[in-house]
Design a protein around this ligand. Structure first.
Ligand code: PLP
Length: 389
């Protein structure tokens, strides 16, 4: 047996992909599966975006691009950032990468090493912890609490910082909880971080415009006091239904930009050119399809929350952002992963157990409501029957 370095024994997974594989396998066996597992919009990428990529290919954009991304794509990100945050960044601080995850990877490998501590949300996107462990750094969970509306607490976050803390990862609107942290709380955190200038910040804002009830998300970019050590992760996957295109962007402080550029040169060279042209069309083109998608998510959000709250032993807060519901299943008597597995195998409903998002995810399950109203209602009825058995 070949011996790999220990880091590969510490690397984790995103169990949503395993659940997707199992759900697909069951469907191939003829089972009728309602999939509320994987977090991706069930809409097609808007037509004008697809056309821009096709045109780019026809126009001969087949080659390598600069590792940082083509200037027009970086300039499009500048316009988009100004429109959503009111902050004007320079295209020289914008990186175009193959998805949101590569920014996570780049930021975590830049600061993670044995002896370093990295703070990350728990429950939170599973790749944060996995990559922290990969680097040998110590993962320090920042609790995300239901009683706090699944917002993070500035006070609790700041209390976990030590001289060894190198990186703080934040995510609002959040996966898996749908929590949106209020602006006052983020302002308090930014202020408190002034006392810890050795801590870099990775703000995962991939769901930035996916909020409801007129509650806008707050970008960490709007706090000038931390700009020189802030990395903002964003991308096209969720907002424009482009998960399979592998297209993301991030905004880096001057000191780190050349480091991430070099990492790109070493790892993936550049993002494929037609995807970058599609990305420009997504930002600059009509947003009607995005609005339509958000209206559909909002309607489904009401249905899923109402449905879950009607089930014995389950209570569900109304999520304020993204497209996930994170109900509390404590009173059902089930462990979360066992319930998720039983619901898939016995009731044909794919969803994710809370512990796949961290230790504090026990007692919860995650449902992605990026599925039709009809399927959501079918899933709820199947859960009702299952829980009544
Ligand atoms: N960040 C969060 C919070 C996510 O939920 C996801 C995807 O599920 C990503 C990043 C990764 O996005 P991408 O598919 O563009 O790599």
């Amino acid at each position: 047996m070949l011996q790999t370095v220990p880091a590969f024994d510490r690397i984790g997974e995103e169990n949503a992909f395993a659940v997707l594989a199992r759900a697909t396998e069951l469907a191939h066996q003829g089972r009728d599966i309602v999939n509320l597992g994987i977090g991706q919009p069930d809409f097609h990428t808007p037509e004008h975006i697809v056309e821009a990529a096709v045109k780019a290919l026809r126009d001969g954009y087949h080659g390598y691009t600069p590792a940082t991304g083509i200037l027009p794509a970086r300039e499009a990100v500048v316009r988009r950032t100004l429109a959503t945050t009111g902050i004007e960044v320079s295209p020289d601080n914008v990186m175009i990468l193959p998805g949101g995850k590569p920014t996570m990877y780049a930021a975590i490998v830049m600061f993670g090493e044995p002896g370093a501590e990295i703070l990350y949300p728990d429950p939170g996107f599973p790749i944060y912890r996995s990559m922290i462990e990969f680097t040998g750094a110590t993962p320090v969970p920042v609790p995300i609490r239901e009683e706090n509306g699944f917002a993070f607490s500035a006070e609790e976050t700041l209390s976990l910082i030590t001289p060894k803390t190198r990186l703080l990862i934040l995510n609002s609107p959040a996966n898996p909880t749908g929590g949106v942290t209020p602006r006052e709380e983020i302002a308090k955190l930014a202020k408190g971080l002034e006392a810890h200038p050795h801590v870099a910040i990775l703000s995962d804002e991939i769901y930035d415009v996916m909020t409801y009830d007129a509650e806008a998300a707050t970008s960490l970019l709007t706090f000038p006091e931390i700009r020189d050590r802030l990395i903002v992760l964003n991308g096209w996957s969720k907002t424009w239904a482009m998960t399979g295109w592998r297209l993301g962007w991030s905004i880096w402080p001057d000191d780190l930009y050349d480091k991430v550029r070099k990492l790109a040169v070493n790892c993936w060279s550049c993002v494929n050119a037609p995807a970058q042209y599609a990305g420009i069309a997504a930002i600059d083109g009509p947003q009607d399809d995005v609005d339509k998608m958000m209206r559909a998510f909002d309607a489904r959000r009401q249905i899923v929350v109402e449905g879950l709250n009607s089930l014995e032993g389950i209570t569900c807060l109304t999520p304020k952002g993204a497209f996930y519901a994170f109900p509390n299943i404590g009173a059902t008597g089930w462990k979360a992963k066992a319930l998720a597995s039983a619901l898939l195998e016995e009731a044909g409903v794919a969803l994710i157990g809370g512990p796949d998002f961290g230790i504090l995810g026990e007692g919860y399950i995650r449902l992605s409501y990026a599925n039709s109203e009809e399927n959501i209602l079918r899933a709820i009825e199947r859960m009702r029957e299952f829980l009544a058995r």
